[in-house]
Design a binder for this molecule. Structure first.
Ligand SMILES: [Fe+2]
Length: 309
């Protein structure tokens, strides 16, 4: 039994028009017909949707939804999660149909991050056409991309994800200051049963109100990523980290702020692993080059202003 891949995400927002513009005009995903319950659906490939945007009163990643093999595995996973003390809420048949799955349940990790698990996924023959010319998103067996959460109860949350079938890919402690006594921040990058370096990750930090640090989508080429970076700037979307390359998954890409406050990472050319033989690493820094974070730029500007005064 294992986790196959990230299938879709559910987002609640009071800004559906901003999300629509962000997804279709900046990211370049394709709007699908709305769900029967009125939720807006967006596709990046031959799955009927990957983003489910629900109207809400606040900004929140409701769930990252992961696929398992079949109904038997779904039931066993639900029992395991319930035994770990987490709430397990079975989805109705109508809600499953609206998600394009045979069955699913809602739950959360020990830090309270929203999760869904499902079986019986759907593909159709509607051609994916990006409204802004993205040549493609890389999905297939590697799934939609990845979700990154915060987990102040880091060890407990790590134990949870290991117990339910994710595997360790990289377990670093990142230090963001030159202080040798800086204890750093623990991170866990974990894979599902596919070649994507991590399908879920979490850092040892307070959970933000949005319930998410970032989501990641993989584009087919570095040119797709660069053009998306231009659309971010032209549409005045706040950059969260400039273009760079990660050390651990080698992804070339950048981060920008979604209308709900968490980030979206857009990347290309990642390392593809063999989950059956991978030995966990412990890298010392997140980025090989680039990825200048907005908070770093703000600190540098503050320092420069202080020196000029
Ligand atoms: Fe990421």
């Amino acid at each position: 039994m294992g986790i196959k891949a990230l299938g879709y995400v559910v987002i609640a927002t009071a800004k559906p028009a901003e999300w629509d513009h962000f997804l279709t005009r900046v990211v370049g995903v394709m709007r699908a017909d709305d769900a029967p319950d009125g939720a807006a659906l967006y596709r990046i490939d031959d799955r009927p949707f990957r983003f489910r945007i629900e109207a809400g009163k606040s900004e929140r990643l409701v769930a990252a939804a992961y696929e398992v093999g079949d109904a038997h595995e779904l039931a066993a996973l639900g029992a395991k999660i319930a035994a770990a003390g987490r709430p397990v809420l079975a989805g109705s048949d109508a809600d499953a149909a609206a998600r394009g799955v045979a069955a699913f349940f809602c739950t959360s990790d020990p830090a309270g991050n929203g999760l869904e698990f499902f079986c019986g996924d759907t593909r159709d023959d509607v051609a994916f056409v990006s409204p802004v010319g993205v040549s493609g998103f890389v999905t297939g067996a590697m799934g939609m991309g990845h979700a990154v959460f915060a987990a102040p109860n880091f060890a407990q949350t790590h134990d949870f994800y290991k117990a339910i079938g994710f595997g360790d890919t990289d377990l670093p402690r990142f230090r963001f200051s030159p202080d040798p006594d800086d204890p750093g921040m623990g991170f866990a990058f974990m894979h599902a049963d596919n070649g994507r370096h991590h399908s879920v990750a979490f850092g040892e930090m307070p959970v933000p109100p949005s319930g998410c640090i970032h989501l990641m989508l993989e584009m087919a080429s570095q040119s797709d990523v660069g053009k998306c970076y231009d659309r971010m700037r032209i549409n005045q979307v706040p950059v969260s980290a400039t273009i760079g390359r990660h050390v651990n998954d080698q992804t070339f890409g950048f981060y920008m702020q979604t209308p709900s406050g968490f980030d979206l990472e857009i990347g290309a050319d990642p390392l593809v692993i063999d989950p059956a033989t991978w030995v966990a690493t412990a890298h010392l820094q997140p980025s090989e080059w680039g990825h200048v974070w907005a908070w770093q730029t703000a600190m540098e500007n503050q320092t420069a202003a202080g020196e000029a005064a």
